[in-house]
Design a protein around this ligand. Structure first.
Ligand code: F6R
Length: 243
């Protein structure tokens, strides 16, 4: 595990951008696993800038998103599809046929999960999976207690996650209570993983990941078992880790 400590959110986003651009340019037909949320927003902004400068192209990129809320239409401003479209895809030369965000309004959610798995496999697996981390240690929407053997599945969101994500909604009642998420094993099958961590609210989760044991109670701790993980975290995120 390579750990890169940076000053703040901007420095994290900058370092993450260099990391991703290097991979996108080096890998022939890169397959990316993408995340939503506040953490990667700065990275996506910088990737758009690099694209505009002609320093990176997404025309050979395929991407798979980690998760999507159940029940939100893709045109709903709170859907993760909408997030990805407005924060990244609309601004770069990626082909929309090459992106896949789980469909949270599929009639058969189990089949949708299976199709996400099948599509990842058909693409040859994920080359680089981008992750954020929840304050409770979740990755994707894999809440504490999720089996390490899980594949893409429908999850019940924890109260703390619903609360954390309610900042994007008009009221907490509007936050969906379920999501489709890649499983832990789906994530672990990626060839390489980049975890971004910023801010004091993530400090405890990062400390548990770095200093604690590998346990399903801290989903992100599984990353210690992966051969190629890079963590880019800022000083505030390191504040509880003791290093
Ligand atoms: C998002 C995702 C989540 C977030 C995590 C952190 O696709 O899978 O695991 O990465 O909840 O969210 P932020 O970045 O908003 O703090």
């Amino acid at each position: 595990m390579e750990i890169i400590k940076v000053k703040d959110y901007d420095a994290m986003s900058e370092a993450a951008c260099s990391f991703m651009v290097e991979r996108i340019n080096r890998i022939d037909h890169p397959v990316l696993g993408l995340a939503t949320g506040s953490t990667p927003e700065g990275l996506y902004k910088r990737l758009i800038e690099k694209y505009k400068l002609g320093e990176v192209s997404f025309k050979n990129v395929k991407s798979f998103n980690l998760d999507e809320y159940v029940g939100l239409d893709k045109n709903d401003p709170n859907s993760y599809y909408y997030f990805m479209k407005t924060k990244l895809f609309d601004h770069v030369d990626i082909f929309m046929d090459n992106v896949r965000v789980p469909n949270g309004t599929a009639d058969d959610l189990q089949q949708e999960c299976q199709e996400h798995e099948n599509a990842i496999r058909a693409a040859g697996g994920i080359d680089v999976q981008l992750l954020g981390i929840g304050a409770n240690g979740h990755i994707g929407f894999n809440e504490p207690g999720t089996p390490f053997t899980s594949r893409t599945h429908v999850v019940d969101l924890e109260e703390s996650t619903i609360k954390a994500n309610s900042r994007f909604f008009n009221s907490i009642e509007e936050v969906p209570t379920q999501a489709i998420s890649m499983g832990i094993e789906t994530i672990m099958n990626s060839k390489e993983i980049l975890l971004l961590v910023s801010g004091e609210s993530k400090a405890e989760a990062l400390a548990k990941l770095l200093n604690g044991e590998v346990t399903e109670e801290v989903p992100a701790s599984v990353l210690k078992n992966h051969p190629k993980v890079t963590i880019i975290a800022d000083e505030a995120a390191f504040s509880a880790a003791g290093n």
